[in-house]
Every structure is written in structure tokens, then in C-alpha cells.
Design a protein around this ligand. Sequence first.
Ligand code: NAP
Length: 293
Amino acid sequence: MTRTVLITGCSSGIGRESALRFQREGWNVIASMRTPADEKELVNLSNVICPALDVTQETTIRDAIAEGLHAFGNIDAVINNAGYGLIGPFEAFTADQINRQFQTDVLGLMAVTREILPHFRQRRSGLVINVASFAGRSIFPLYSVYHASKWAVEGFCDSLQYEVSSYGIQIKIIEPGLVKTEFWGRSTDRENRTGIKAYDKEARPVLDLIDNAAGLFATKPEDVADTIWNAANDGNNRLRYVVGVDAHTTLLARKVLTDKLYRGIMKTVFSPSSVSMLQKFSGKLQKMGNDAF
Ligand SMILES: NC(=O)c1ccc[n+]([C@@H]2O[C@H](COP(=O)([O-])OP(=O)(O)OC[C@H]3O[C@@H](n4cnc5c(N)ncnc54)[C@H](OP(=O)(O)O)[C@@H]3O)[C@@H](O)[C@H]2O)c1
């Protein structure tokens, strides 16, 4: 029987590539997004529907699941992918910015999971794949709230698997490194609280570098979709899937180094002087990055 997957955040990036991959492989795809009226490609594919789903709006989650069940009868897997990154000095975030990061990347993911669990429990089968990040088990400067959200996702998923496994439900976590998507463009939220200038000297060069160079060595969203596809089909109980050389290296460093050493390396890498050195070569790096993709 044809299997069905529901994916959140399919308007671009990892969610979109995953929708395309599962569709190509013959699955039914509930490719949800906030504004399906703008979608031109996915809506025209066979066995794909694009319901409106904003992970911060519970009624849209319920309606999208109902629409998917009406169209395809069952849902076998959910991919919690919707998310974005809040970047900058913590003190310069507004309360709304901090809330929205958690409402989307943490509480939104929990809300979708909670809504699908009764269906999975009833069927004694189901898979929830959560797109976290290598940022969920490692640390970089100026990502405090984003890190907190992804660490929260890791803890949530790691604990949840115990209580749902006896109902035949599996929880999996995808941990990509840097991926070349809109995450580095329109999906970046920047510090917005007025009047906080204290961090400018130290933080500005690092933020400028992130603006100019983020994604240079990034993995492609298709690679992450590949890993998600494998996670959905490998038939084993593995919990975590790391994607990208940068993610593997960083997580290994985080695992084997002491806190002190890891912190020392991060401080050096993200110091204004090494940033200015990297900026010198950023034109070359940009070209290398563009050639690679
Ligand atoms: N790119 C990276 O380097 C990277 C690395 C590690 C992990 N990740 C994670 O990968 C996931 C996907 O990001 P991406 O890289 O593919 O970026 P992306 O291209 O910007 O895609 C993000 C998607 O999330 C959607 N979204 C945002 N808020 C939403 C909400 N409230 N409800 C429903 N959908 C919402 C966006 O929809 P709209 O079009 O409506 O904004 C968009 O479809 C995120 O969870 C991100 O944290 C990304």
C-alpha cells in the first residue's frame, strides 16, 4: 500500500526537497506550508496536496492532518521541518523575537507531534522525523536562543521515544550542519531591540561574516532530503542522523574536547581578528562555494 508522509515548511529548502524526494519515490505527500496560494510546483504533482499549516496555529495543524487523512486515508510519517534562526546578541532580542523562535521551532514541533500521535497510536505504527540541527548538540557564539530551541528539540525527542515506542511509534532526529537554503536569507531573524549598542564592536564583524559567508561550505538541501528519506526507510531504531562534514566534525569536537578547549577554539574562530582574515579570502571562498554547487 502507498505510504503517506506529512511534512511541515515545504515552501523552500529542506522541506521542499524532502517533499519532492518522497513524491518521486512513490509516496503520497502532504506538503504543508504557510501560504500554499504561492506554490506553483508541488501543487501540480500527482499524489501531492499542499494544505495550509502554520505550526504556531493549532487549528491549521488539525485541519491539515484531517485534509491529509481525507485525501490518502492514513499517515505513516510526519517530518517536523518548519523552522528558522534568530541570530545576534541575546540582550538585543525583543521578547517577541524570543517567543516566536520557541513558538515555531520547539512548541510548533511539539504541537504537530501531539496532534498526530493519536492516529499513530491507533494504528500501532508511525514515524516522527524531526529536523533539529548540529546546533542542538554543539554551541556557537551569537546563536543563544536558536541553540536553546534546538537543544530543547533534542531533549524532547530523546525522552519522547521511550513512551511511544511500545505503540510502534518511532522518533528520529536529523542533525544537518550548514545547508544552502533560505535559512541564511529570508529565514534569518536579526536582533531588533533598539538602543543596545554595547555588543557592536565584538559582534558586528562576526554577524557580517555570517551574512557574507554562511552557507559557503554548506550541504545541499537535497543531501538532507536524502538522509531523511533513508531515515524513513532504513527500518532500524537509530535515533540520530548527522548530515554534512561540518556537522560530523563539530559534533565530534564537542564530544571529545573538554568544555575549556572547545570554548577556546570557538573564541578563536569567531574572534574579530580571525573574522577579518576570513573576510579577506571571502571572495575566493564564495567562488569556491558557488563552483561547488
Ligand atoms: N539551512 C541550514 O543551515 C540548517 C541547518 C540545520 C538545521 N536547519 C533546520 O532545517 C529546517 C528547515 O530550514 P531550511 O534550511 O530548509 O530553511 P528554509 O528554506 O528557510 O525553510 C524553512 C521553512 O520553514 C517554514 N516556516 C517557518 N516558520 C513556519 C511556521 N510558523 N509554520 C510553518 N512553516 C514555517 C518556512 O515557511 P515560509 O515560506 O512560510 O517562511 C519554510 O518553508 C529548520 O528547522 C532549520 O532550523 C537548517
